[in-house]
Design a protein around this ligand. Structure first.
Ligand SMILES: *Cc1c(COP(=O)(O)O)cnc(C)c1O
Length: 229
């Protein structure tokens, strides 16, 4: 079952890339394994998947210890400052930086561990009350404030689009995130590139790819529905 899901998602990614005239290598699939047991992640690993996304610090720490070391872990969920220290040297990319205070903590913990943290700025492009993320109009300033921190590299932007039944409705938000990345990228700065656009989930990743996503975060489409007990 897992195998078929990976095959289907892969076929859809390829089709979306073709429609958009993009190369398959431009899009990285992050398998969002939150709430799923280690055994299921191991199965995905055995199918060749090496990139997993999680949204809870405790879950990353537990799974990190239980699974092979060549996995690349992505922190995609809201990150509390007091928990940064547990994952700073374990994750490849933190997708969810949306405040200066959080960045300051990441800088401090990265310096302590002697690492450089790669991060994305999470933007609330649709300005939803219920969502984390910096407002689009505040993103450039946040990037510039963080860009002076020596143990952080800003790699791009991330967004969680609204929950909609027709994914076409989210196209506009993906376009906005891409345009924002272009604008911010024009203010050249040493620790900043805007090469990553993390956008698109199970419901809308094909649209996101058409609009320039370089990372898509797919959970349900690969691992099935989540049950929160
Ligand atoms: C859970 C989650 C996903 C995956 O959602 P699906 O709809 O299951 O694909 C993607 N991004 C973030 C930030 C998430 O929390």
């Amino acid at each position: 079952m897992l195998k078929d899901n990976f095959k289907e998602v892969e076929a859809r990614i390829q089709a979306a890339c073709e429609r958009a005239g993009r190369k398959r290598e431009e899009v990285t699939l992050i398998a969002v394994s939150k709430t799923k047991p280690v055994q299921m992640l191991q199965e995905a690993y055995d199918l060749g998947n090496r990139i997993f996304g999680e949204n809870k610090v405790q879950e990353i720490v537990d799974k990190y210890d239980a699974l092979p070391a060549d996995i690349s872990w992505h922190m995609i969920g809201h990150l509390q400052r007091n928990k940064v220290k547990y994952i700073i040297d374990k994750v490849t990319l933190i997708h969810s930086v949306d405040s200066l205070r959080l960045a300051e903590t990441i800088e401090k913990e990265a310096a302590k561990k002697g690492v450089t943290a790669d991060i994305l700025i999470e933007v609330n492009v649709a300005k939803e009350d219920t969502k984390y993320g910096v407002m689009p109009e505040d993103a450039a300033r946040l990037v510039s404030q963080i860009s002076v921190m020596p143990h952080i590299r800003i790699k791009g932007l991330m967004t969680i689009a609204p929950f909609v039944t027709n994914p076409e409705e989210n196209r506009i938000y993906f376009q906005r995130l891409r345009n924002l990345a272009v604008d911010i990228g024009e203010n050249k700065s040493d620790n900043v590139t805007m090469s990553v656009l993390s956008m698109g989930m199970t419901n809308d990743y094909e649209i996101a790819i058409e609009e320039g996503a370089t990372m898509i975060r797919v959970g349900t489409g690969l691992f099935g529905a989540r049950s929160y007990i």
